[in-house]
Design a protein around this ligand. Structure first.
Ligand code: SAH
Ligand code: SF4
Ligand code: F3S
Length: 452
């Protein structure tokens, strides 16, 4: 812990020099939410928010290492600041997040990039004030990665303006899918106490937020170590706060079931949207991936959820090119996608991650086969998404206006209950309102509507 005297000195220095910060975030929503926490800490220290990284006095790269291409991009972007730092020598450059939690990664980066002033991981961002003090007051580089997960409560947060907010409910992962680095860099599962989560949602309602996204590596493992707290119960308690909309991601098929679906159906403020990553449609491949469910079990879940909520929108993650993936196993994935008729999917090419069991499995799939397979997946999904969007045409949907449309700045945009983005005419003053819109046209990934 930093002592009060140093903290005051640091704050005085930051304020009097009018210093500013910029955070560049990679990876998933959990990382984005961590950046909101770091932003909160920096604001509390007196930093202003900079509009770009080149003019900022402290730049943090919050990194992701789930696939190799994410890592390469980050190395490239950190490297680009070397020249900037030559001209602005007082600038602090920090690299943090999942990439730094890999074995020896932080030490390696520190050696490779001498202009980087600090490296820290996913579990100790609350130590930012002492790390910055170490650099600004004592002129010492900071290498500070920890491996025990501590989930801090009541951290300051720099959130986006209403109406949308993310709320972390659990983090870490105990599943060890054979391809995945996340359990190594995020540590074991840890759930926040239910009462703290409910209190946070109540606070958000008070502050004008209308939709919360509950976050966790596997949200439906929530409370697995406790008798009283579990995910369906948490959903119910949050629904009872009266917040207008609740979404959550990701759910693991092995922990999804009727109890969760029934709570979703019972409360109108729980959005009828389910992200249920399948990865593969082949039972033999799922076994090698250590996913702990079969194709048949997964399809039963989909049947059950649609029986309870016929109009639910279902999305997934698909991975192709896992070691030894045969043509037949690949075709099973295509056929499962057709059978489920996913409304959308995130499609990935398998990327070997050092230290995971799959990285040393025989029969790694050649790059050209991977490319040819991913193209088929993407093509199929875009057909399915378009068909799904067409089914919305003519319907009236309630949409929560989020802001200007990104496709046409004269329009505004917001999501349906099922999570599909709708663009319509309207004034920007409608941001934060939930309005009925008649869907008039389906685009490839979005919808066009008219206010009624
Ligand atoms: N916990 C979530 C997924 C988190 S990671 C779940 O199990 O559903 C998000 C997605 O990244 C995964 O669903 C997977 O499709 C993809 N992914 C993870 N490791 C990968 C790897 N080594 N190569 C390619 N994609 C990967
Ligand atoms: Fe990775 Fe599997 Fe954990 Fe998801 S459940 S984070 S894919 S190990
Ligand atoms: Fe990436 Fe870490 Fe998320 S590895 S996907 S940022 S949990």
């Amino acid at each position: 812990m930093i002592n009060t005297q140093d903290l005051e000195r640091l704050k005085e220095m930051i304020r009097s020099e009018g210093l500013s910060f910029y955070i560049e975030t990679y990876g998933c929503q959990m990382n984005a939410h961590d950046s909101e926490k770091m932003g909160g800490i920096l604001l509390e220290l007196g930093y202003r928010q900079a509009t770009d990284k080149f003019g900022a006095d402290i730049v943090l790269f919050n990194t992701c290492c789930v696939r190799e291409n994410a890592e390469n991009k980050i190395y490239g972007n950190v490297g680009k600041l070397k020249q900037v730092k030559k001209q602005r020598s007082h600038m602090i450059i920090g690299v943090c997040g999942c990439m730094m939690q890999q074995k020896d990664a932080a030490a390696h980066l520190f050696r490779m990039f001498p202009f980087v002033d600090m490296c820290f991981g996913t579990t100790n961002m609350q130590e930012l004030p002492e790390m910055i003090a170490g650099i600004l007051l004592d002129d010492k580089r900071q290498l500070n990665v920890k491996y025990d997960v501590q989930v801090e409560e009541e951290m300051p947060m720099l959130r986006e303006q209403p109406p949308l907010a993310s709320v972390n409910i659990m983090q870490g992962c105990n599943n060890f899918c054979s391809y995945c680095i996340v359990p190594y860099v995020r540590g074991r599962e840890h759930s926040r106490p239910m009462k703290n989560i409910v209190k946070e949602v109540e606070f958000l309602i008070e502050a004008g937020y209308r939709e919360v996204l509950l976050l966790g590596q596997n949200v439906n493992s929530y409370g697995n170590n406790s008798e009283e707290e579990n995910f369906p119960k948490l959903l119910e308690e949050i629904a009872k706060t009266g917040i207008d909309r609740i979404r959550f991601m990701s759910s693991h098929p092995k922990d999804a079931g009727r109890d969760m679906f029934e709570i979703m159906a019972r409360y109108p403020n729980i959005c009828k949207q389910l992200h249920l990553p399948v990865q593969s449609g082949s039972t033999s491949l799922l076994k090698r991936m250590n996913r702990k469910y079969s194709r048949e079990h997964y399809l039963d879940l989909i049947r059950e959820v649609r029986e309870i909520m016929p109009d639910i929108k279902i999305s997934t993650d698909i991975m192709i090119g896992f070691p030894g993936e045969t043509e037949e196993e690949f075709l099973d994935t295509l056929s499962l996608m057709r059978e489920v008729r996913y409304d959308s999917s995130f499609d990935f090419v398998y990327s070997p991650r050092k230290g995971t069991p799959a990285a040393s499995m025989p029969d790694q799939i050649p790059e050209d086969v991977k490319q040819q397979r991913i193209m088929q997946i993407v093509a199929l999904q875009s057909e399915l998404t378009f068909e799904s969007n067409l089914r919305n045409v003519g319907k009236t949907e309630l949409i929560l206006i989020e802001g200007k449309s990104s496709r046409d700045p004269s329009m505004i945009a917001g999501k349906t209950d099922g999570g599909v983005m709708v663009n319509c005419r309207g004034d920007i003053s409608l941001v934060g309102e939930i309005i009925p819109v008649k869907i008039t046209e389906a685009k490839k990934t979005t919808l066009i509507g008219e206010r009624i």
